[in-house]
Design a protein around this ligand. Structure first.
Ligand SMILES: C[S@@+](CC[C@H](N)C(=O)[O-])C[C@H]1O[C@@H](n2cnc3c(N)ncnc32)[C@H](O)[C@@H]1O
Length: 242
């Protein structure tokens, strides 16, 4: 699909009243991490960023957040790393504009598979619930490896679908099908990452998110029941460039 069409369709979802009913004006659009004490969507989204930030070395000085959405996650990352330059990247010019309006210092229009940065310029590449969309995830992983400095890392919160149909085949390339966390770790190693970790966190993310959606929009219960089984695994993953 041409990238303009993709961005326009995605923007329509992210700005849809139903999305806004769940996320309000938080500037997030993710499932979130529903660990202990989390009571609502906003807190779950914050918790997800905090968890991923904990995987990034404290001395990182340049962090690229690929698929930055409306920028809330990028901004929270910046709070964790006040000394670092944090750049948001997105395929959608509208979302990039929104991210800048919401306080992200630098956000750029870019496709994850063609990052407009030089070789070995980033300390960390983050993809927070976005790599499932990239065309393809594998191409992105190679591209991230190119822009990472030796010793730099990639940090991912990613979604592995068993059925793309209920979510939308246009936004989930079939080439991104991966069987599970072990196969996901294998892909990262094959691309060239070291110290790879991939863990299944479905029960702390997708499962409680679907529950929260049912509670927030009981009128859409049937639809949520229909698409919940479409996701096989939600994974957190880490890899380092040697
Ligand atoms: C589920 S949203 C996550 C947004 C944000 N990371 C958050 O947590 O709120 C996925 C994001 O990936 C972006 N995206 C999808 N395909 C992309 C691509 N090829 N390159 C860059 N960004 C992309 C979408 O526009 C969207 O902002």
């Amino acid at each position: 699909m041409p990238t303009d069409d993709f961005a326009t369709r995605y923007d329509a979802i992210i700005s849809h009243p139903r999305t806004l009913a769940l996320y309000g004006d938080s500037g997030y659009y993710n499932v979130g991490l529903w660990s202990d004490g989390v009571r609502d969507q906003r807190q779950a989204c914050d918790r997800l960023v905090d968890e991923l930030a904990g995987l990034i070395p404290a001395d990182a000085r340049f962090i690229l957040d690929v698929g930055c959405g409306l920028g809330a996650g990028t901004r929270r990352l910046a709070d964790h790393f006040p000394e670092a330059e944090i750049v948001g990247g997105n395929i959608s010019p509208w979302q990039v504009d929104q991210a800048m309006r919401r306080g992200v210092k630098r956000a750029i229009v870019m496709d994850a598979v063609c990052i407009p940065l030089g070789d070995e310029t980033a300390d960390c590449v983050v993809a927070m619930e976005s790599a499932q969309h990239f065309d393809t995830r594998e191409r992105f992983l190679y591209e991230a490896l190119r822009v990472l400095r030796p010793g730099g890392c990639i940090v991912l919160a990613d979604m592995l679908f068993r059925d793309r149909e209920p979510i939308g085949t246009w936004m989930l390339p079939a080439e991104n099908d991966v069987d599970g966390p072990e196969a996901y770790a294998g892909l990262l190693r094959e691309v060239g990452y070291r110290d790879v970790v991939a863990r299944d966190v479905t029960s702390l993310t997708w499962t409680p998110y679907c529950e929260a959606m049912r509670a927030a929009t009981p009128e859409h219960r049937d639809q949520i029941d229909g698409y919940e089984p479409a996701l096989a695994y939600y994974v957190f993953a880490f890899g380092r460039k040697g």
